[in-house]
Design a protein. Structure first.
Length: 553
């Protein structure tokens, strides 16, 4: 290990690098037009290697799913662009060029110091609409990626300080929200420029040689920590399979089957037994599958600093014969917010076979991506996109968290005030979902009940979710949590969608009601071991409907 950097310099420069990424996140968040970015934090910023795109640091408030994916995006830009120049900024959302789904739009900017390329700055933001067959892009019945929206390879959006107006015109012409596109472009580019200013200040103060040494040392130390954790796991092969509801078109389960093979201080993560590429939009891309696996490992080993060193002891086997390494023109809208979460729970399930005391019971692993598009009463087009949290699993040290964020994110549910101010809806109920937690010595957390009435004349709703058929699992004798259970009240009649968790272009009118009920977490340990006074308190508070009943549907 490189010990040439003194401890004080290492700590200070590491903190400064992390602060730069955090400030980029803050600038992006404060300037963004889209509430899903500004209010729900569906974004991330980071600093990456100018050699191969590998991750140097990401902001602490950025979405974890982007931890791994953006380094593939940066690598795609490096391999595509023949010559980088100061001030140039590249735009890319192609899921197959190191992305996730089409709505997650990346910007990449080379950072030069005294004329020399030192690093790459990058960020990702979820743009609410880039065209496609449904408002918001979550087309539950899309059969190819061209139906999901405008797919953009790495293109130069800024040449120095000059915005390419032709590319901007194409972006705006393909969005139902052209004004928001301009606002989010400005926010994203400004965040990168803020990172450039702060990184220049850091190099002015400490010099590029010392900062480069610190970056190399941090990478080495993360690799060593990861190897140490893996070495604590007994050698062997550990397996787990998650089953997703369906792909939105064919109503049969999709298997996320993983094998973890531990040999000394190295681990192979093999998805070869998973389902083949599917017709609908639940396919994942290679970068997202790798990143989701890393998020799962970080849930279990949270002390490892995030940089590319964590990847070094890991080998991934994700053949093109499975739906977790899809190629064009496969649809992938559910990649980031749905399939990624079941990859996380599958990897955690396999780790539970190896280290049962460190892994919680199953958690809500769906975002219930709901998008609605229409025309507001003032004639303005709108696209509302909402995702929701759910219950986390109980664990060896305590009960699960209620209304936790999606496993692949730190995203927040947009505030009721923001939703009602921006969109024609009236929220009727937003509460914890009574009786949704799994029983155990330590019970699971509760899901949520989110219900609202539509207040415009007409509109179209689309839902891309999961976990309506398979519940979050209990562990060590604990019971499962409740499944997802959405419903729609259309024209006075309450209906469940044919695919339950998925549907698109659902016609809605004034007075119609939409209700999302998200899963609760599984329980951990034998329910009989839970003290009686705690069970009574659970029943009184609505966590359980009775001492022996399963979670509510």
């Amino acid at each position: 290990m490189n010990d040439s950097v003194d401890a004080l310099s290492l700590a200070v420069i590491r903190g400064r690098l992390e602060q730069i990424a955090d400030e980029m996140d803050t600038v992006f968040e404060r300037m963004a037009f889209s509430p899903v970015i500004s209010d729900a934090w569906d974004r991330a910023d980071g600093i990456y290697s100018a050699t191969d795109g590998s991750m140097i640091v990401q902001g602490s408030r950025g979405l974890p799913i982007f931890v791994g994916t953006m380094q593939y995006t940066v690598a795609s830009v490096l391999s595509t662009v023949p010559k980088l120049a100061p001030g140039d900024t590249y735009l890319v959302n192609d899921p197959f060029a190191g992305g996730t789904h089409i709505m997650d739009t990346k910007m990449v900017r080379p950072f030069f110091y005294h004329g020399e390329l030192f690093a790459m700055l990058a960020n990702t933001g979820h743009w609410p609409d880039l065209g496609g067959r449904v408002p918001g892009g979550f087309a539950a019945e899309a059969s190819d990626c061209y139906q999901e929206g405008l797919r953009i390879p790495p293109v130069r959006l800024f040449e120095g300080a000059d915005l390419n107006r032709d590319i901007l015109a194409i972006l705006q012409a393909n969005s139902r929200l052209p004004d928001d596109v301009l606002g989010d472009v400005d926010a994203q580019a400004t965040a990168l420029r803020a990172g450039e200013e702060r990184l220049t200040e850091l190099l002015d103060e400490y010099g590029p040689d010392l900062v480069s040494e610190v970056i190399a040392t941090l990478r080495e130390r993360s690799a060593v920590q990861m190897r140490s954790h893996i070495n604590d796991i007994p050698d062997g092969t550990y397996r787990f399979t998650e089953e997703m509801d369906n792909d939105g078109i064919v109503d049969q389960v999709l298997r996320v089957a993983v094998e973890l093979t531990v040999t000394g201080d190295e681990m192979t993560i093999d998805f070869s037994r998973s389902s083949p590429p599917c017709e609908g939009p639940m396919n994942s891309v290679y970068a997202a599958t790798v990143s989701s696996s890393i998020v799962a490992i970080k849930h279990i080993f949270p002390d490892i600093p995030i940089n590319s060193g964590i990847f070094e002891p890991l080998t991934f086997v994700i053949p093109e014969t499975v739906f977790l390494n899809a190629k064009p023109p496969r649809p992938v809208a559910g990649c980031a917010a749905e399939t990624s979460q079941r990859i996380i729970t599958a990897v955690m399930g396999a780790l539970a076979e190896a280290a049962p005391d460190r892994v919680p019971a199953g958690s809500s692993a769906t975002s219930n991506n709901l998008s609605i598009g229409g025309i507001d009463e003032d004639g303005t087009p709108f696209v509302m996109y909402v995702f929701l949290g759910g219950g986390y699993g109980g664990h060896a040290a305590g009960d699960g968290l209620s209304n936790g964020c999606s496993l692949m994110s730190i995203g927040l549910v947009q505030s009721i005030e923001t939703l009602e101010q921006r969109y024609p809806i009236r929220v009727r109920q937003y509460s914890l979902r009574d009786g949704s937690s799994g029983q155990g010595r330590f019970r699971g957390g509760l899901g949520v009940h989110f219900e609202f009435e539509y207040a415009a004349e007409t509109g179209r709703a689309s839902l891309l979710g999961d976990q309506a058929k398979t519940a979050p699992v209990g562990r060590a004798g604990g019971g499962p949590g409740a499944t997802s259970a959405p419903w729609f009240r259309l024209g006075g009649q309450t209906v469940t969608l044919p695919m339950i968790s998925k549907g698109e272009n659902i016609s809605i009118r004034r007075g119609d009601v939409i209700c999302m009920r998200t899963p609760g977490g599984g329980g951990y340990g034998d329910p009989a071991e839970r003290p009686g006074h705690e069970v009574n308190a659970d029943i009184e508070s609505g966590y359980l409907t009775s001492a022996t009943s399963p979670p509510v549907e």
